[in-house]
Design a protein. Sequence first.
Lengths: 435, 435
Amino acid sequence: MRAVDIISKKRDGGELTREEIDFFVEGFTHDEIPDYQAAAWAMAVVLRGMTPRETYDLTQAMIASGERLDLSQIARRPVDKHSTGGVGDKTTLVIQPIVAAAGVPLGKMSGRGLGFSGGTLDKMESIPGYKSDLTAGAFLRQLREIGLVLCGQTAKLAPADGKLYALRDVTGTVPSVPLIASSVMCKKIAGGAKALVLDVKVGAGAFMSSVRDGTRLARLMVDIGRRAGMQVIALISDMNQPLGHAVGNAIEVREALDTLRGGGPADFREHCLAVAGHLIQLGGAAPSHAAAKRLARDMLAGGEALDKFRRLVRAQSGDERYIEEPDRLPTASIRKAVPSPRQGYLAEINALQVGMAAVILGAGRSKKGEPIDHAVGIVVHHKVGDRVKKGEPLFTVHANDPAKAEEATEQVLKAHVFSRSPVDPLPLFYRTLRS
Amino acid sequence: MRAVDIISKKRDGGELTREEIDFFVEGFTHDEIPDYQAAAWAMAVVLRGMTPRETYDLTQAMIASGERLDLSQIARRPVDKHSTGGVGDKTTLVIQPIVAAAGVPLGKMSGRGLGFSGGTLDKMESIPGYKSDLTAGAFLRQLREIGLVLCGQTAKLAPADGKLYALRDVTGTVPSVPLIASSVMCKKIAGGAKALVLDVKVGAGAFMSSVRDGTRLARLMVDIGRRAGMQVIALISDMNQPLGHAVGNAIEVREALDTLRGGGPADFREHCLAVAGHLIQLGGAAPSHAAAKRLARDMLAGGEALDKFRRLVRAQSGDERYIEEPDRLPTASIRKAVPSPRQGYLAEINALQVGMAAVILGAGRSKKGEPIDHAVGIVVHHKVGDRVKKGEPLFTVHANDPAKAEEATEQVLKAHVFSRSPVDPLPLFYRTLRS
C-alpha cells in the first residue's frame, strides 16, 4: 500500500477502505507518512468528502493511535458533552456542576484553542491558583470523589487527531464536515463516554452558519456515535447573537457564578438547563427529559450546583474566595457603558462582530500560544427582540487600552442592528437529533 | 499576505491574483512556504482548476524563480519542440537532425524522468561515451557551431517547477491541466524559445486519453505561449498504438538510425516529417508547411540529417562507430519472435500494455534513479489495420531474463486485439492548434 495511491483515490472521489484509512493514519502518526502527503490528502477530503463509513473508520483509526480511558468503574453509563463553540459560550461552567450535583459524574478535558474568547480552561484560570494539568490517575480519582473535573488533556487521547488538526490549521483544510466530526468524536469515544450530548451551534458567530449545515455535521457525529454503540443527542442551537450577556473570560466566570446562584441571563440559564437535563437523563438519574430538567432547576435553586462548582475549584487548587466574592476576579481599568444611538427593536446582535471585538480587546487568541487578558471583554445588555430606548446603555466595554476600547466600541455598535417594527426573539434551539 | 489564506481561496474556487501567485511561488522556492502548504495548494488546484490568466501568472512566477537563456544571438526566431511523451516516442532523435540540417538551430534540454522506456537522454546514452551534462556556455557554443544539442538541464531554468514537480509526484497532484501546462511552458520560455511545436499525444499510451482532454491541455499551452509573445503550433497526435515499431532504448536508437538513413517505419517517418516541417517553417527556413516538409524529406534523402546526428554524437563525445554499425549497440541475450496466435485484422495494439511490458523487461523506470537496461524492449511488427496471418511473427521480445521475457510476452499478446473484418488504420494526427 502506498500513501500516494490513497491520496489519488480520494482525489478522484473514491471511497477509501478501512485498511487504507488505518494505513494512512498509522503512517502519519509515526511520521512514516510526511506532512505534505497528509496535507494533500486532507485537501482531497475537504473537496471530495467522505462517506459515514469512512468517517467512522477515520474516527476509529485516530482512537487507535493513543490511549483510551475506562470510566466503567465510575458510572454505569458515563456521559460527556461537547459544544462546537461560539461567542459567550460559558455553558460548561454551569452545566457540569448541575449534572454532577444531580448524581451524574461528568469529567471534562477541555482545550485552550483559538477563539473569540479564551477556551473553558482560560476562563477557569481567571480564578487564581486553578490548576488545569492533572494526571490521568488524578482525573479518575477526582471524578470518583466529587463527580466533576475540568482540566486539560491528561491521557494521550487520539494523538493522531492533535497532529492532524495542527496541520489542517495551517493548510486551509479545517472546513470539512467529516474531518470535524471525526475529530470531535474520536476524543469523546477515547475518553470513555458511552452517552453524549452535542451542542452544535449555528449562526453568525458559529463555525456552521446555517441550520442545514449544522444538521449535516450533527447527523454525521450522531452516526459515528451510533456505530460506536453510544447514545447521542445532538442539539442544533442558536449562535446568531452571543449566548448570555458576557463575552470574555473573568466576566464570563462572573456571569456563570450569577447563574449558579439562581440569577444570570434567562437565555443562558434556559440553555444550560436544557443541556443539563439531557445529560442527567442519559446518565440515568431521571426517567424523562422533563423530570431531568426539573431536577437540574432544583440543583440551581437549592445551591447544590454552586456547591459542586466550589468543590471543583477547591479540588483543583483554585482560590475559593473568588466564588464568594466575584468582585475579586480580574477587572479591567476601563469599563465604558455605551449608550444606544437610537431607539427601536433589536433585529440583530452579530455574534461574529462581537466576538471579533473581544479578540481586539485581548480576550481571545488569533495565534496559538498568545497570552490573553482575563479581565477584558464585552457585556451586551440586550437580546434580539428587545425594545431599546435612545441613550439607554446598549453594551459595556471592559478594556485595558483606550485605543482598543474605541475600536471595539465601534465594532460592537455596528453589530447591533435596529428595526422600527417589533422583532421576534431568537430561539435557543432549532432541532434535536438522536442516535 | 498569508499562505493559508491563498490556499483557502483556491479551495473555495476563487481566482488567485498575480500578487498571490508570485507570493506563493517565491515563498515555496525559498523554503519560506513549507511543502505541506504547497501540497494542499496543489490539491486545491487539481480539484478547483485555474483560469488561463492564473496559469499564465504561475508560468511567469516559475520562470522568475531561475535563470533565462538568451538565444537571440543564435537565431532570429529560436524554435523548440515538446512532446508530452508516449510509448516508442523517439521523435527527437530524428526531428532534431532534420531541422538542424535545414538550417534551423534546435537545442534541447531533455529530462530522464519516469516512463515506459527511458527518456531521450537514456536512449542517447545507449551510445558509449555520449555525455549529457553540458554547461550553459558549452550548450550555446555547440548550438551556434553545429545547430543542435541534446543534453540535460544546463542552466537553472525554473527551479520552482522542479521543486513543485517533485512534490506533485508524491502527493497525487500530477493530473492537473493547468499545472502540467505551466510546467511545460515555463521551461520552454525560460529556455529562450520564441516559437514552439507541441506534440500532445492522446490515447491508451498517453497521459491524456481522449482527443478532448488533449485539446484542452494543448489549448492552454498555446494560450500561455500567445500571452508570452510566442508562436505556438500544437499537434494532437495518436498514442493508441506505439509510435513506430521499437519500444526500449538501444532498439529505438536503431530505429531512429534506420529512419535517418531513409528507412524506418512509415508512420514514425511521416510523424517526424510533419513535426520537423512545422519547426522549419517557424524557424523561417521555408515559406509554407508543405515546402518545409519537402525540405525535411530532402534532408533525410540526401543524408544531411544523418550527418547532423553524427556531428551531434561527435560533439558530445559519443562513439561515432555505433552510428555506422548499429549492431554494436547493446543487444539483449534473448530475442524471441512471438508468432500470431490467430489470423485477422489488428484492431488494437494497446500502447499502455506494450509500454508496461517494456518496464517489466527493465527498459523504463518505475522509481526515480533506478538503473535501466539499454538493451531490452519490444519490437512490434504490425500496426492497427494490418492483416496478419496465424503463425506470422507478431512482435519480438528483447530480454535479458527468461522469466521477464515470459511475463512481457503474455502482456504484449494481450495488447494485440484482432478483428475478423477489416479495420481502418489509426490517423497520425487528430488536429492542429495555432496561437
